[in-house]
Design a protein around this ligand. Structure first.
Ligand SMILES: Nc1ncnc2c1ncn2[C@@H]1O[C@H](COP(=O)(O)OP(=O)(O)OP(=O)(O)O)[C@@H](O)[C@H]1O
Ligand SMILES: [Mg+2]
Length: 808
């Protein structure tokens, strides 16, 4: 409660100091009643003071700075010791006139004069009594006036006692809380028993501005003054208490983090009690609810509950929290028990299959059998089907059709280029950004546990240091194992046994035998011209018309136009390009109709040529085989059967054999075998061994970008060599296939149907096949059989007879 008014520079003079508190004690008990006021003269010099009010009973030091004030002090001392002090209304006025001063002031006794360094002076005064200036007598050399002593008005009642007690209590607490007030001040406070003096003591120690202080001085009614002091003390106490609280809070904050956990737990308990929940609890409750609704198998439920408990203990900010939450969400979304109902109506299924695809009777029959078995024995686990065939023969679309026929959902997953087992099986959750494998993801997307799941392009799976996806496929495709399929991310088994897996491949060779073994392979070998024509008329043309916004009456396709596209603009086993070219013609027509150049059109071969430009495929047969040394062979490649030309050329040398054209080892060996066989039979063809010894022979199989292998080109190589050395050209409409032995036998080979179709496409008339392949003629479409003559050879001589037209 020390005085805190701003200290003015020395020249501004009058000021006080902290001495009040320390020195006030001995004067505090100054008797008032019955005191002889004669010590206070009726006229006295007046000292203006600024920034302070002197209360009776207090001892205050005053700095004397102003010239007028010095004069006053030096004049009155030592004869007079009592002077009057009054406060300036405005502390900034340097030479105050009477109007600048309050009219109530204090008569003070000068106790001591202190001369300080640099000529400044200080006096210590003791407040005696309140006075009022009644008349100003002089302003120079200093203020001088007539005064009237003012007496306290006190009617001592119970109220006075109450006010005294209140003021004392408040004062005590203020002293206790103020860090810069000495505790001895309480002793002083206890020793003042005069109500007026008590109020003055407290008022002098209040932190107030001058105007308010002066009000305390003006008030003569002691009760009223005590009340005012009480109000003011109360206000200060409040301020002190608040600042005290703030201090305590600051201290408490330091220990906050340790207490936070404890408080949060308490908060949780309270919230539970009140029925309120926070975000995390809400989320966990929701998960709990979803888990209970997910109909998980027991093992899975156990794992999910375990993870949920872990989640509850983790703070939401922890990265693991999100990992577990995502995991649990996936677990809840998986269709553990959700399945669509199978439509096992065989008649209906047959209709659907026939509506979508032409022919493919063998496949359709197999699928209907599958359905029939399912109907009779719902628990039976059907075999896994694998459709093998060249591109565009309808493997993928057949899968869709099966799903439709059975009323199941359809998933297609391409395995092409997949090299990483984790792609199928997922990553363990310990890895950042781990995800379930594709199989589980697709199942989740489909929302059921019994879709038709097509593993497309099985032959394009790769394997490298990241692992071999086939090992995961082995598990997926094994009906005995896939009821407990393990995904690394999921970490619990998922039952895939209700899924109907269908695999597709262009070529069976690259598929690992273990995988092949698990599947029932169904071949879709490719279409004949007639098949293609039917497919185009029944399926592709209507579809393309619809896609291009045309109707049947606007575009009338003739069979000849379709045949033209099949022969001159496509060369394929499937119908994908055919559909594309039909689409191109339809598009062109649609553009013409839109431009108003035509209203409808019969699509003829001429129109096709006009729209598609010059024919893209021409028969090379005649051109290629018109010179000796070239023979037409048949190969079986991933994109179906194909015709190949074997070319042989001779030039002077030392009897060496060169082979080019991306030929595999097996084919190279059969070339060497053909050469040896030929050498052993020189006599038979009337050839001169001497001449051959001086000739190098080069065998080339063009279209070098396509790798070729297998023994089936043996007869073609042999024929080409004989043709070269005898100078007799091979018939251009004959194609041949078969393996040869050194004894000149022709051994059977595979892919008869594909090769026949390829030969037909290329315009071959006669095909020479190994004798032991006769049974395979059954597979060859009637259409092809009608178009070509099939000759069966037991020995190479039988081949030569046909190929060289018996000219040997
Ligand atoms: N027998 C058919 N009847 C009707 N449309 C067919 C037939 N065969 C194929 N198609 C049509 O040919 C198009 C290509 O078929 P799809 O995409 O199924 O070929 P794919 O065998 O899967 O070829 P790839 O091996 O290149 O994947 C499809 O639009 C399909 O409808
Ligand atoms: Mg496909």
């Amino acid at each position: 409660m020390s005085e805190k008014e701003p200290r003015k520079p020395a020249i501004s003079g009058e000021d006080e100091d902290e001495v009040i508190v320390r020195t006030v004690g001995k004067n505090a008990t100054r008797p008032r009643k019955g005191q002889d006021d004669s010590g206070v003269p009726s006229e006295a010099p007046i000292l203006p003071i600024r920034n302070m009010v002197i209360f009776p009973g207090t001892v205050v030091p005053l700095a004397i700075g102003r010239e007028k004030s010095r004069r006053l002090i030096s004049d009155v001392l030592p004869s007079e010791r009592v002077i009057i002090t009054v406060s300036q209304k405005d502390p900034d006025v340097d030479d105050p006139a009477p109007c600048d001063l309050y009219d109530v002031g204090t008569a003070v006794m000068i106790l001591k004069v202190l001369s300080l360094e640099e000529g400044s002076q200080s006096i210590i005064v003791h407040g005696l009594t309140r006075i009022r200036i009644t008349e100003w007598l002089a302003e120079k050399p200093y203020l001088h006036g007539r005064i009237e002593v003012l007496h306290d008005k006190l009617e001592r009642t119970k109220e006075t006692d109450a006010l005294v007690m209140n003021a004392r209590n408040l004062g005590r607490r203020v002293i206790e809380l103020s860090p810069n007030l000495p505790d001895e001040a309480i002793v002083v406070l206890n020793n003042i028993d005069q109500p007026g003096a008590l109020s003055d003591f407290l008022a002098s120690n209040l932190q107030l501005e001058i105007g308010s202080r002066q009000k305390f001085l003006n008030e003569l009614n002691v009760n009223e003054r005590l009340r005012m002091v009480g109000v003011e003390l109360h206000r200060q106490l409040e301020v002190l208490e608040i600042s005290d609280r703030i201090q305590n809070q600051v201290k408490a904050n330091i220990g906050k983090s340790q207490r936070e956990y404890f408080l949060q737990e308490q908060l949780k308990a309270i919230q539970e009690e009140l029925g309120q929940v926070d975000d995390k609890t809400a989320e966990i409750n929701e998960l709990k609810e979803t888990i209970s609704r997910a109909r998980m198998p027991e093992v899975v439920l156990k794992e999910a509950t375990r993870e949920l408990n872990r989640l509850e203990r983790l703070p939401t900010a922890s990265p693991e929290y999100n990992v577990i939450r995502t995991y649990l969400e996936l677990m809840c979304e998986l269709p553990w028990q959700v399945s669509t109902e199978d439509k096992l109506d065989v008649t209906r299924a047959r209709k659907v299959l026939n509506r979508d695809h032409y022919d493919l009777d063998k496949v359709k029959r197999r699928i209907l059998e599958y359905l029939a078995v399912r109907k009779l024995s719902p628990q039976s686990r059907g075999p896994i089907l694998c459709f093998v065939g060249p591109p565009g023969v309808g493997k993928t679309s057949l899968g869709q059709s099966i799903a439709r026929a059975m009323g199941r959902k359809f998933i297609r997953m391409s395995l092409g280029g997949m090299r990483d087992e984790a792609e199928l099986r997922g990553h363990r959750r310990t890895y950042i950004g781990a995800m379930p494998g594709r199989i589980i993801q697709e199942i989740r997307k489909s929302g059921v546990n019994n879709p038709v799941f097509m593993l497309d392009e099985l032959d394009k799976v790769g394997a490298d240091f990241r692992g071999d996806p086939t090992s995961a496929l082995l598990e997926v495709l094994d009906p005995a194992q896939n009821s407990t399929f393990q995904d690394h991310y999921l970490n619990v088994p998922f039952d895939l046994s209700k899924v109907m897996f269908i695999a597709t491949a262009n070529y069976m060779a690259p598929v690992p035998p273990a995988l092949q073994d698990r599947m029932e392979v169904i071949e879709l070998p490719g279409y004949t011209r007639l098949d293609k024509l039917q497919i185009a008329r029944k399926y592709l043309v209507p579809r393309q018309l619809k896609e291009n916004g045309l109707n049947r009456s606007q575009a009338k396709w003739t069979s000849q136009a379709i045949s033209k596209i099949i022969d001159d603009y496509t060369r394929e086993a499937g119908v994908r390009n055919l559909e594309r070219q039909i689409g191109a013609v339809c598009r062109a027509l649609a553009a013409m109709i839109a431009e108003g150049k035509a209203r409808c059109r019969t699509i003829t071969p001429r129109f096709v040529t006009k729209m598609l430009g010059p024919r893209q495929f021409e028969s090379e047969l005649a051109a290629r085989t018109s010179t000796p040394g070239v023979a037409t062979g048949l190969a079986y490649t991933p994109s179906g059967g194909e015709i190949i030309f074997v070319e042989a050329a001779g030039y002077p040398g030392r009897g060496r054999l060169t082979l080019t054209g991306q030929i595999g080892d097996v084919m190279k060996e059969s070339a060497q075998a053909a050469m040896s066989l030929l050498k052993s039979r020189f006599g038979r063809y009337g050839l001169d061994p001497e001449r051959i010894a001086r000739t190098d022979i080069h065998i080339h199989v063009p279209a070098g970008a396509v790798p070729k292998d297998g023994p089936s080109a043996g007869v073609a190589i042999y024929t080409a060599l004989v043709s070269l050395l005898t100078g007799k050209a091979v018939r251009h409409d004959v194609a041949m296939t078969g393996e040869i032995t050194l004894r000149g036998l022709v051994l059977p080979i595979g892919g008869i149907k594909e090769k026949s179709l390829a030969a037909q496409r290329a315009g071959i008339r006669k095909i020479v096949l190994p004798w032991r392949n006769r049974k395979d003629l059954l597979d060859v479409p009637a259409d092809a059989k009608k178009a070509m003559e099939f000759v069966f050879a037991k020995k190479v001589d039988d081949v030569l007879k046909v190929a060289l037209d018996g000219r040997i």
